[in-house]
Design a protein around this ligand. Structure first.
Ligand SMILES: [Zn+2]
Length: 451
């Protein structure tokens, strides 16, 4: 009896997906698309949403239905008695899916009533944004293009030459854009090597808040060196290495047209496939393809045909390897889940430093939450969500000696990837506090100099 019910239910879930898809293509810049927040309160409900997520990804139908929230596989009431998940539904899919959610007692509320409007608002520039000149045109009240991020780096370097030590071209992207590594920090008078922290963002193109938050924090450290004791200590004690966009081609593509707004991958043309790009955060050569990645180019977690198929990852890797043994921390910023993830992501094994990484991660998110009350979860991806191999997080710890390696998943607030630009500064201010805690922990552990 029980088995029969389950079979009928799974059958209807498949039918729901199969019967409503013909051909998927974003229409009219997501006009009429809605984002819903679902409340999941049982394993059965979780299974249904995970099944929808996997099915639309496998079929390449995420233009019509897309589960934005990374969800665990196992419902564990001892950890949480409910989960929320954001789901994007095209106008054609809304009625059928809501009916299913109702029949499965999954409560839902609209968080974005029209995604096209949200994208328009998100991409709007105020007069101050368009007129800004002093930061190379960069502001933190709008989301800027990659070229503006580069101008900002140049501007910062010319205005603060004693704090912004280097801007190094680390290589060209697949489409020919220059990738840069910015080094900031107050050099020691004795010339000795300080501990280093590497930070990057936007390896996932659509997660715009990641690069905006990272550049905000770096700008704050540099420009407030004279006036803010926290910024000054961070700059005095640590050398910071910054790649503001680890996937500039994908980032630019996500800006180029409203229909592209949810692009996550790189822009490499895959041989023998009409689907473009791969998930660069599954493409690093450590436990590649062990878990949480696929070999199907159309899917969002396509790991590439082989490790380092993506030239951008080669550049990031070579830049980081050149910083061994200085770099003791790595932060690769993502959104949007309000989580602070630590290694290992590939499997359930504990790293030898697990307890320390948990302690420092908890202290960092406590400091973050203290600013605006935004709650964060801390832990390994398999503990909180599921396994995912081949990302910056594991690679930097295993191969580049970055003991304190983290993947922060920044604020979401029901907007998912389309976070309004008025959230950039709050996100920057709260995340700055977390980064400060990690910098202090590294300074205390490794001391003021490494040689
Ligand atoms: Zn991401």
């Amino acid at each position: 009896m029980q088995l029969a019910l389950i079979v009928v239910w799974i059958g209807s879930a498949i039918l729901l997906i199969a019967s409503h898809f013909v051909d998927a293509d974003v229409k009219d810049g997501f006009r009429g698309y809605k984002v819903y927040r679902l409340t999941i309160q049982s394993q059965r409900q979780l299974d249904l949403i995970n099944r929808i997520s996997e099915d639309v990804d496998q079929k390449g139908l995420t233009d019509e239905v897309d589960v934005w929230t990374e969800l665990p596989r196992v419902f564990s009431p001892q950890r949480r008695n409910s989960f929320t998940a954001l789901i994007l539904l095209s106008p054609e899919k809304q009625a059928a899916f809501l009916e299913t959610f109702d029949s499965e007692s999954i409560s839902h509320e609209v968080t974005i009533p029209d995604l096209a409007v949200a994208i328009e608002e998100e991409s709007r520039f105020s007069l101050e944004d368009t007129r800004a000149v002093e930061n190379g045109g960069m502001t933190w009240t709008a989301y800027h293009r990659y070229s503006t991020m580069v101008s900002w780096m140049d501007s910062l370097r010319s205005r603060y030459p004693d704090l912004v030590n280097e801007k190094v071209m680390i290589g060209k992207t697949y489409e020919g854009r220059n990738m840069y590594l910015l080094k900031v920090g107050k050099p020691r008078a004795d010339g000795k090597m300080k501990p280093g922290i590497y930070m990057d963002a936007n390896i996932h193109a659509r997660e715009w808040i990641a690069g905006a938050t990272l550049t905000f924090m770096v700008n704050k450290m540099v420009t407030e060196y004279e006036t803010n004791s926290t910024a000054r200590r961070m700059m005095n004690e640590i050398d910071w290495y910054i790649v503001p966009s680890a996937n500039p081609d994908g980032y630019e593509y996500s800006h180029a047209a409203p229909n592209n707004r949810l692009w996550r991958k790189t822009r490499r043309v895959n041989p023998f496939s009409t689907d473009t790009g791969c998930d660069a955060n599954r493409n690093f050569d450590f436990k590649w393809m062990v878990a949480g990645a696929v070999q199907t180019p159309r899917e969002n977690t396509y790991a590439g045909a082989f490790p380092y198929s993506e030239i951008e990852n080669v550049h990031v890797t070579e830049a980081l390897l050149a910083l061994v043994p200085q770099v003791k921390g790595m932060l690769s910023f993502h959104s949007a889940a309000q989580m602070w993830l630590l290694p290992w992501a590939y499997g359930y094994e504990r790293s030898e430093d697990y307890d320390e990484l948990m302690r420092v991660g908890r202290a960092a998110t406590d400091a973050l939450t203290a600013v605006y009350g935004i709650p964060y979860e801390v832990g390994t991806a398999p503990d909180i969500l599921y396994r995912a191999a081949g990302g910056t997080l594991d690679w930097a710890k295993a191969k580049a000696g970055a003991k304190y390696s983290y993947t922060p998943e920044l604020r979401d607030l029901g907007f998912g990837f389309v976070l309004p630009p008025n959230q950039i500064i709050p996100s920057g201010l709260e995340t700055f506090e977390a980064v400060n805690v990690i910098a202090q922990a590294i300074f205390e552990e490794f001391g003021p100099t490494l040689n």
